[in-house]
Design a protein around this ligand. Structure first.
Ligand SMILES: [Zn+2]
Length: 334
């Protein structure tokens, strides 16, 4: 990791802010980076020293907390930075190279003081050198196909415990494990079919006056779940892409997709298929907010579409999993 000390800080800060805008998450590590970048720009405009102290950073990241907790809370957040760096580095590098034309990428470093009070710890933006030859180029369809929005895959999301168990660190399932993805919905379908038959048998001999509404309600629920499971199963096998099941996503994670991906070797020969969890995001060309993928229903049945976080019913875009491009399908046009 080679650091370039003379790189213009303004450009580094702007690249970092642009990258974080795409992620548009309120997670603490993202906010940490964003605050450092914003504060660097503010200090540059005032001609001040661009290192940022714990004292300056703390109230913005932990509003409402007492200053006495500053060093411990920030130190805890900082502890997770090596892993966080690992998670987002490749995307951040691609963003810096492909979107900002840089040969470095922005990151932050901690400048330890003499070990005294927490307030003496400082952070600053740094430029880490990139080997551009190793960086994946921009979306190859970008200049070939007319589009309104480009989606990028982000991997720093949190699956549930079950999701992690099944998909592992790389968020993908290959080999025999992949069949779990097929058999689990099958077992669920069989479970609901048995439940429905049992309930019908129970209700068969009852008259309208003595009928148990409790059982009827369970029967309606079971039929609804059965139809839902069958639909999901059909969609996944036919469309190859569906919104990921709630079993795999943490409660605050949205718009994660479960897709079947064909893996080819360098010559284009088929190797195997895998199932992977992916999150795609884009920037709304109408209002610059984040666009996330969601179900198209009710207006765009069986489709996954991009919905702007700020105006999810009006700022809407198509999504194509191959080109990662989309067009405006709402009424407002740029
Ligand atoms: Zn928008």
């Amino acid at each position: 990791m080679k650091i370039q000390h003379e790189y213009p800080l303004q450009k580094l800060a702007e690249a970092l802010i642009g990258f974080l805008r795409l992620a548009a998450t309120e997670k603490k590590n993202h906010r940490f980076l964003n605050e450092i970048a914003m504060e660097t720009i503010r200090k540059l405009s005032l001609g001040k020293d661009t290192t940022i102290s714990t004292k300056e950073l703390f109230p913005k990241l932990f509003p409402g907390h007492h200053e006495s907790q500053a060093s411990s809370l920030l130190a805890n957040t900082w502890k997770s930075f090596p892993k966080f760096h690992e998670e987002i580095r490749s995307r951040l590098i691609e963003y810096a190279v492909n979107e900002c034309g840089m040969d470095v990428y922005p990151w932050i470093e901690k400048l330890d003081s003499d070990g005294g009070a927490g307030n003496l710890v400082k952070y600053r933006l740094i430029a880490i050198e990139i080997d551009r030859a190793k960086v994946k180029g921009p979306n190859p369809y970008r200049n070939k196909i007319k589009h309104d929005i480009e989606y990028v895959a982000v991997q720093d999301f949190m699956p549930t415990f079950i999701g992690k168990l099944l998909f592992g660190q790389s968020n993908e399932v290959v080999g025999a494990k992949k069949w779990i993805m097929v058999f689990t919905p099958f077992l669920q379908i069989i479970f609901y079919v048995i439940m429905i038959f049992s309930l019908i048998l129970l209700l068969k001999d009852e008259s309208l006056t003595s009928i148990s509404f409790y059982y009827v309600a369970i029967l309606i629920g079971a039929i609804w779940f059965l139809v839902d499971k069958v639909n999901r199963f059909n969609r996944f096998t036919e469309d190859r892409i569906i919104m990921a099941s709630d079993y795999f996503m943490s409660w605050d994670e949205t718009s994660i997709l479960q897709e079947i991906v064909t893996v080819n070797d360098e010559k284009g020969n088929f190797l195997h298929k895998k199932v992977q969890l992916t999150k795609y995001v884009g920037v709304c060309p109408l209002c610059s907010s984040q666009v996330e993928l969601a179900k198209g229903e009710p207006d765009f049945s069986r489709r996954i579409i991009g919905r702007c976080k700020e105006s999810p019913r009006e700022h809407i875009f198509s999504f194509d999993r191959i080109t990662k491009l989309g067009s405006n399908i709402g009424l407002l046009k740029c």
